[in-house]
Structure formats: structure tokens, C-alpha cells
Design a protein around this ligand. Structure first.
Ligand SMILES: [Zn+2]
Length: 117
């Protein structure tokens, strides 16, 4: 879910969509990035402290929403690729479509149709 805007190459936090130009640091994970501010919020949440929720789309102006659209779409695509990689690894470990479907809360047939190419 690497939230990278394809047209500019700018990296974005996958949580708050702050660009690499707006945050102090971005930490990369498997398909995702998290910024320093979101990391601090997560540390507070882990310690049981209340944290503010991320502002919803209605709180942002149109230009900001348009700027975040491509990274959000890219993040969804990256998450789908990561999911497919996980299912592929499970199939190589001889995990059945029934088990995969159950783990996803769907049927064996639906899981097979979704992930077999
Ligand atoms: Zn962030």
C-alpha cells in the first residue's frame, strides 16, 4: 500500500496522506508508509491514551482531496497486490481454498474465483 502518487513520484503517509514534503519522516512498510506524526499517535494509542481521529474527507477542501485521490487509489491497488501475494504463499503451503475462504469470511468458491488467475 505504498501511497506513492504515480505522476509525481511523491510519497504519502498511508494514514494521514501527508506528503513527504509535509512530514518530518516516512517509514516504509510492506506496501505502506507511515509518517512521524502518525507513528507518535500510534504510540499514544498503544499506551492506552485517547488520540484524535483523522479528519474525514468533508474536512478537506477540493484541491486537497484531489491531491489525495491518486495516492489513495494506489494504496488500494498495493493492498490488493499484498493480499494476492499472501494468498499465493498460502496456496504454495498447500492451504485449501476452503481454509482461505473461511479466513476471509467468504466461500471456497468465492475465494478461488477472486484469487486464481
Ligand atoms: Zn501520517
Amino acid at each position: 500500500m505504498a501511497a506513492k502518487r504515480p505522476d509525481t513520484g511523491t510519497l504519502y503517509c498511508s494514514f494521514c496522506y501527508g506528503s513527504e514534503h509535509e512530514v518530518k519522516a516516512l517509514v516504509a512498510g510492506p506496501g505502506v508508509y507511515i509518517c512521524d506524526a502518525c507513528t507518535e499517535l500510534s504510540q499514544r494509542a498503544i499506551k492506552g491514551k485517547k488520540i484524535p481521529s483523522f479528519p474525514g474527507p468533508a474536512a478537506l477542501d477540493a484541491d486537497r482531496l484531489l491531491d489525495r485521490l491518486a495516492p489513495a487509489s494506489f494504496a488500494v491497488s498495493a493492498a490488493e497486490r499484498s493480499l494476492r501475494d499472501q494468498v499465493g504463499a498460502l496456496r504454495q503451503k498447500n492451504v485449501t481454498w476452503e481454509q482461505i475462504g473461511a479466513a476471509l469470511g467468504t466461500s471456497r468458491q468465492a475465494a478461488h474465483q477472486r484469487f486464481s488467475d
